[in-house]
Design a protein. Structure first.
Length: 72
C-alpha cells in the first residue's frame, strides 16, 4: 500500500511550526529583562585633617583613608 503525500498539508504543517516559533520568540521578547549593571572603581578622598576609617557606596566599600589622602 502506497501513501500519497499531500503537499498542501505539508505546507500548512510547516507554516504552523513557523507561526508557533515566531509566537514563542515574540512572547520571550515581552518578558521583563534584568537591569544592566556595570562595574566601576570606587576611590575615596579625604580633604580634611581627619582620617576616614571606612566608606561605602551601594554596599561596596573601601579601606582606610588618611588625612588629606586617598585616590588609590
Amino acid at each position: 500500500m502506497s501513501r500519497t503525500l499531500n503537499p498542501g498539508a505539508s505546507r500548512r504543517r510547516s507554516a504552523l511550526w513557523v507561526a508557533a516559533a515566531l509566537t514563542c520568540l515574540a512572547l520571550q521578547a515581552c518578558s521583563q529583562s534584568l537591569p544592566d549593571r556595570l562595574g566601576a572603581p570606587i576611590e575615596g578622598y579625604s580633604h580634611t585633617s581627619a582620617a576616614i576609617n571606612y566608606f561605602m557606596v551601594n554596599g561596596n566599600g573601601g579601606p582606610n583613608i588618611g588625612p588629606y589622602g586617598g585616590g588609590g
